[in-house]
Design a protein around this ligand. Structure first.
Ligand SMILES: [Zn+2]
Length: 100
């Protein structure tokens, strides 16, 4: 009988030890994943601060972005966007303000 109880004790110890070990492994894995996510986030923020935004979705660009982010104003004659500080007549072919 004592041997039987001992066997139960050993099995129980092994079972709970295994369970505890599994939980410990899960915790380790979760911590690893959390750190990897934090590193990815930090890298993303670093890229943003360096002025290199993550790939913008296609079709989201506009005239100002294509012209390097300058302040743009629409030509009163043809509506073509030009830099605010642009001097001289609009050079867009067919624009009414162009002096031929
Ligand atoms: Zn124009």
């Amino acid at each position: 009988m004592l041997k039987f109880l001992l066997l139960i004790g050993v099995i129980a110890a092994a079972y709970y030890g295994y369970k505890y070990y599994g939980r410990w492994q899960e915790a380790q894995e979760a911590a690893r994943q959390k750190q990897a996510e934090a590193e990815a986030e930090a890298a993303r923020l670093h890229r943003q601060q360096a002025g290199q935004p993550p790939a913008a979705p296609a079709g989201s660009s506009n005239a100002a972005a294509e012209m390097g982010g300058e302040d743009m104003v629409a030509c009163p004659g043809c509506g073509t966007y030009r830099p605010v500080g642009a001097k001289g007549p609009c050079e867009t072919p067919g624009c009414p303000t162009t002096k031929a």
